[in-house]
Design a protein. Structure first.
Length: 460
């Protein structure tokens, strides 16, 4: 563990139905990906587990779901219209366009590149003699800011509608509903609002499989607190996020926390840290934790003319604009990290290797697989009954696979990360005592490949 390269995981994802290239029969659409049956199963499990942990089981949290389309004023107030962009440079020779900061990363480091001002980009490219990745020329035009928000139009007649944006983060849906939530949920500070949803960013250089795509899903929390109390709350969220990473199976050796430098902070943040994961190409962001202070609520109060303050129910004279601590979890990025971490090409013997996903049962697409040893009608119908019974009585997600040699079927389940396989044989149905006693089955463990014989009643 983990995956030796990104390519090996991409290939497994295609082969086993986790993730497919988007619109593939039309030649695809650059950097779009579709989740197949097993990829969706993992994604749903992560999302459900997250919701259970951060919303269901906590009295200080509520969940909402807000629109992808919002009043464009939201994005003026949030600063996204003026601040949310990347410095782009055009190669004058071949006319290709690149992110100037990315081109400089190798020379001046990720942190150095993140703090560049727009005016510094082109002179530095020239000074560092950084050539165009396409044609090699060092002939850069002056860098321009490119807004990352996708623009579209609302209205039936093209060209006459109002310009609106596809949301680049779910956070603003929580901020603009702060008053509604505070009044109707009867929550007292500190409390948080969670949302899971799709967001869009018109990234100039997407890539590395599903790591950076123009459409992705976030699991976000806006945690509203009384100003002055945010320090310890920020720290406790850091611990909670770290623990979540471990619980979904990520190794602490491939996790680290990186605090943003002052120059690097987003326009809304007074403190931000990233939880980074060590991907096959190096360290990169997995999650973020930001102290947004009262920036967003203050801005929305200003732009909307509405009162966005909170009044202490015990002391009506105590009225203030809450501060916000924001833990953000990329959902689609979590799927990628979990898959990379779980992947192993395990050498079993001189000329035998198996590919196995050591997924935590919590995030595996199946809990179990039932594999009848033979296709013979009376054996397979027994296995089908057992499948039905387990699914109905335990609620587990159980695969059923009848085709191929038992060895091949085990390997297939290893590749999709099924923790346990149950084999129904002629012993199970009382026809071959050598295979086992009646009403017993063989349970095979994915990671150790050990097998044991258990009675069915002990299973359910
Ligand atoms: Zn060029």
């Amino acid at each position: 563990m983990p995956a030796p390269s990104l390519e090996s995981l991409v290939s497994l994802c295609k082969r086993r139905g986790f993730i497919f290239p988007g619109s593939e029969i039309y030649g695809g659409l650059a950097n779009t990906w579709d989740y197949g049956p097993l990829g969706l199963a993992i994604k749903n499990r992560i999302q459900q587990e997250w919701w259970k942990r951060f919303v269901h089981t906590r009295r200080d949290m509520v969940g909402i779901e807000t629109g992808i389309l919002m009043n464009p004023k939201v994005w003026e107030a949030s600063g996204h219209v003026s601040n949310f962009g990347d410095p782009l440079v055009d190669c004058k020779k071949c006319k290709e366009r690149f992110r100037g900061d990315k081109l400089l990363e190798e020379k001046i480091g990720v942190e150095g590149a993140a703090v560049l001002t727009l005016d510094q980009v082109q002179p530095m490219l020239v000074a560092e003699k950084i050539g165009c990745p396409s044609c090699g020329a060092v002939d850069w035009a002056v860098a321009k800011k490119f807004n990352l928000m996708f623009k579209t139009q609302q209205g039936v007649i093209e060209g006459e509608g109002a310009d609106i944006y596809l949301r680049p983060e779910t956070a603003q849906g929580m901020f603009v509903n702060f008053k509604n939530i505070a009044q109707t949920s009867r929550k007292r500070l500190p409390f948080g609002v969670a949302q899971v949803g799709t967001v869009f960013r018109n990234e100039i250089t997407p890539g590395n499989f599903t790591f950076r795509t123009r459409e992705f899903q976030q699991m976000e929390i806006e945690y509203f607190v009384e100003p002055g109390t945010e320090g310890p709350i920020f720290e406790s969220w850091k611990d909670v996020m770290w623990q979540w990473c471990l619980d979904i199976g990520l190794s602490p050796e491939r996790l680290r926390i990186r605090e943003h430098t002052k120059e690097e902070l987003s326009h809304y943040s007074s403190r931000t840290l990233d939880i980074e994961y060590k991907y096959p190409w190096g360290w990169g962001e997995l999650y973020g934790l930001a102290n947004r202070a009262d920036f967003d609520l203050t801005q929305h109060a200003k732009f909307s003319g509405q009162d966005m303050t909170y009044t202490d129910p015990d002391d009506p004279k105590k009225k203030f604009t809450p501060y916000v601590v924001e833990p953000t979890f990329g959902l689609t990025r979590t799927v990628l990290a979990v898959l990379l971490e779980a992947y192993e090409e395990e050498k079993l013997a001189e000329d035998d290797t198996r590919t196995v996903l050591h997924l935590k049962p919590l995030v595996a697409p199946f809990d179990l697989a039932i594999l009848p040893l033979s296709k013979k009608e009376h054996l397979s119908s027994y296995a089908e009954e057992l499948h039905k019974k387990i699914v109905q009585e335990t609620g587990l997600v159980v695969d059923y696979d009848l085709t191929g040699s038992i060895g091949k079927r085990y390997r297939r389940q290893d590749e999709v990360g099924t923790p346990k396989c149950i084999t129904v044989d002629f012993g199970t149905i009382g026809e071959d005592a050598a295979q086992g006693e009646k009403d017993t089955v063989t349970i095979r463990d994915r990671d150790t490949q050990t097998q044991e014989r258990l009675t069915i009643s002990a299973l359910i």
